[in-house]
Design a binder for this molecule. Structure first.
Ligand code: PYC
Length: 331
């Protein structure tokens, strides 16, 4: 039996986005958060089959568009990635909004504006166009906050590290230069991946952050290695590890949101400030601290992230149950 998926492939700031425009399963659930649970319980094979080899690769990421559950929203998004079915994904949002608009899959009620329902919450987005092309997307992300401070771990090969955990739609362990981690230039991507696996494991042993309002969102999933920018036109750069083998090619939208929440909580960034984040390959997102807020009694911020995406082609993929690797594999 073959399951057919019609996809629009492309990338946001270098990181892949596979918008599955045909073949999305019908999901149960009153909102995108409940539909995410249903998808994980019944359809995770679609995620693994489309994201992992031989149809995808370690960085593969994307999602589906659904009718939103609440009347004020224009569109619902469900994210898939090699790391799982994320509550929220920033580069994915920018890519799927771009490809959805350019191909007539999203019709906003007000041109230039969109209200998007994600499993992590509602996003208000603005976009600019030139002809049929979407040139940029800025979205106001979900409330983001510093969840854990100064967690001490010991990493073989690197030694002791003091690490914060911040939330920007996913929970990030944030490693700043210190001790033997002297900055990104001293490490290859393979080094960072190997070290990240250990950092994530040690952090999971040490803390389990739980979203203050939605306990279904919990646990450190990503590791962000930070550094000073290499050029004056950025405020920082990073390498974000996800899944088991991936370094985000984009500056990571939820990671940049988490980083801004951490910096505001530590008094190193203020409401109204702009924060240009460079990725491991030098691509950029422009973040802004839109406002201070509160999340389940905790201090939080509303960050916004701006970036752009480009489609690379249509891709008709099937998953054939006779294929030994119909669910995908990773080495
Ligand atoms: O842009 O939020 C993001 C993201 C999450 C994982 C990879 N990219």
């Amino acid at each position: 039996m073959r399951h057919l998926f019609f996809c629009i492939d492309g990338h946001t700031a270098g990181n892949p986005v596979r918008l599955v425009a045909g073949g999305a399963p019908l999901l149960h659930g009153a909102n995108m958060a409940e539909r995410r649970q249903d998808f994980m319980a019944r359809f995770d094979w679609i995620r693994t089959g489309l994201c992992f080899e031989p149809r995808g690769h370690d960085m593969m990421s994307g999602g589906f568009l659904y009718p939103p559950s609440e009347p004020d929203s224009d569109i619902g998004i469900l994210f898939i990635e090699t790391s799982g079915c994320l509550p929220m994904c920033g580069h994915g949002t920018i890519g799927m909004v771009t490809f959805g608009l350019e191909n007539g899959l999203i019709s906003p009620r007000e041109p230039g504006r969109l209200r998007i329902e994600t499993p992590a919450g509602i996003l208000d987005a603005e976009y600019t166009t030139e002809g049929n092309r979407v040139r940029s997307v800025r979205f106001r992300n979900v409330a983001s906050y510093l969840a854990e401070q100064d967690v001490e771990i010991d990493v073989p090969g690197l030694g002791p590290l003091t690490v914060d955990v911040a939330y920007g739609g996913n929970f990030y362990a944030i490693v700043e230069p210190q001790g033997n981690y002297t900055g990104l230039d001293a490490f290859s991507a393979a080094d960072l991946i190997a070290l990240s696996r250990v950092v994530r494991e040690r952090m999971r042993e040490a803390v389990e952050p739980i979203h203050p309002v939605d306990p279904r969102i919990r646990g450190v999933s990503h590791v962000m290695w930070t550094d000073r920018p290499s050029n004056a036109d950025a405020d920082g750069r990073n390498a974000v590890f996800y899944g088991d083998n991936a370094i985000d090619r984009s500056p990571c939208g939820t990671g940049t949101s988490a980083r801004m929440a951490q910096l505001v909580a530590r008094g190193r960034l203020a409401v109204g400030d702009r924060f240009v984040h460079a990725s491991y390959i030098g691509s950029r997102f422009t973040g802004r601290v839109e406002e201070a807020t509160e999340l389940g009694g905790k201090f939080a911020i509303i960050p916004s992230i701006e970036g752009s995406a480009i489609a690379t082609g249509f891709n008709t993929i099937w998953i054939d149950r006779e294929d030994a690797f119909w669910k995908g594999f990773s080495v």
